[in-house]
Design a protein around this ligand. Structure first.
Ligand code: NAD
Ligand code: TYD
Length: 341
């Protein structure tokens, strides 16, 4: 099978490529990525010479580039996106353009390439469901929860999500959508909370905790997510949505304490800062459908082991994160408050 993956130079995409090459000897994979600030070919140096892998620099918004790359593909896995909520608050334009319009351009190109009956995976997010309250912790997002996104990021991902659904209903396109919770693991751009906090501490800086720190996320190891996407690709039913979660809900304060503990620091390294605008309070995933229908459940996400391994990766790979964040990157915190080392 020849898979075209969009966004394969990013965090989840680069981990997905390595998983496919390792576990699916009969697959080859083409990585189409325009290399934004978060796309980094250095994430792929260990497999770049594998003859089953190839890279094409191209944009999901560029029909001509897509026509070339999709010509002999058997399946598309669409991960390319602008992915950071804080950036979407500062400027939503690129989010709508890549996440919504880019998905439409890609869907049309896939149809032109004769892909209507071949699998198209849309890697969506649990953030399309909006926010849950902290009142009743039994309530979780199911695939039937109405879409109610609250950030420009999640609204733009919802645009793509709805277009994928529309192409199923209108054209009978062979689409499957996955909606996953927060990922952690190696090669995550250090603007997201876990690598940001670890790298700040390594630089002797405090960690900027938004608001009261009670917001809850369900943390899933990136390898578990990639396995789930592969299950959806190989076994999912066309037109269906599958939630993916880690059964691993933690408040940001619990996460922060865990990181501080692993790195030998105390509460004095927490700096409570102004809350994120429109900050979603809680995400929680009911992933029973993918377990019962596709036989997937998380096996790599349990804490403290998985978090410890991830923290250690950033500690051991200072050169990687210093290079990827140099120049292009200034954290939301630094932009709002200046650098307070
Ligand atoms: P990332 O920001 O690390 O990587 C995104 C990649 O997409 C980069 O390599 C970038 O260069 C590429 N890209 C951006 N715009 C492009 C364009 N116009 N054309 C081609 N390539 C483009 O993001 P990530 O964390 O790896 O997320 C991957 C996908 O998974 C996204 O669709 C995201 O919405 C979804 N997702 C992420 C999480 C998470 O916790 N990170 C959770 C659920 C879903
Ligand atoms: P993030 O990693 O940006 O992922 P998402 O917004 O997609 O959930 O943030 C995870 C949580 O951490 C979220 O509740 C916001 C919080 N956060 C902070 O408290 N401080 C920070 O500097 C960042 C980046 C996030």
């Amino acid at each position: 099978m020849h898979i075209v993956l969009t966004g394969g130079a990013g965090f989840i995409g680069s981990n997905f490529i390595k998983l496919v090459l390792r576990d699916r000897p009969d697959c080859r994979i083409t990585n189409l990525d325009v290399l934004t600030y978060s796309g980094n070919l250095e994430n792929l140096t260990d497999i770049e010479n594998d003859e089953r892998y190839s890279f094409v620099k191209g944009d999901v918004r560029d029909p001509e580039a897509l026509d070339k790359v999709l010509a002999d593909a058997d399946a598309v896995v669409h991960m390319a996106a602008e992915s950071h909520v804080d950036r979407s608050i500062m400027d939503s334009g690129p989010f709508v353009d890549t996440n919504t319009r880019g998905t439409q351009v890609l869907l049309d190109a896939w149809r032109r390439a004769g892909g209507n009956d071949k699998r198209f995976i849309y890697v969506s997010t649990d953030e399309v469901y909006g926010s849950l309250s902290l009142e009743n912790l039994e309530i979780k997002f199911t695939e039937k929860t109405p879409l109610d996104p609250s950030s420009p990021y999640s609204a733009s991902k919802t645009g793509g999500d709805l277009l994928v659904s529309a192409y199923f209903h209108t054209f009978g396109m062979n689409v499957v959508t996955t909606r996953c919770s927060n990922n952690f693991g190696p090669y995550q751009f250090p603007e997201k909370v876990i690598p940001l906090f670890v790298t700040n501490l390594m630089d002797g800086k405090k960690v900027p905790l938004y608001g009261d720190g009670k917001n809850v996320r369900d943390w899933l190891h990136v390898d578990d997510h990639c396995e789930a996407v592969l299950a959806a690709l190989e076994k999912g039913t066309a037109g269906q949505v599958y939630n993916i979660g880690g059964n691993n809900e933690r408040s940001n304060l619990e996460l922060t304490h865990a990181i501080l503990g692993l790195m030998g620091h105390g509460d004095e390294m927490i700096e409570y800062v102004e809350d994120r605008l429109g900050h979603d309070r809680r995400y929680a995933i009911d992933a029973s459908k993918i377990k019962s229908e596709l036989g997937w459940e998380p096996s790599r996400s349990a804490w403290p082991e998985a978090l410890e391994e991830t923290v250690k990766w950033y500690v051991d790979n200072r050169q990687w994160w210093e290079r990827v964040r140099s120049g292009a990157y200034q954290s939301y915190y630094e932009q709002q408050y200046g650098s307070k080392a």
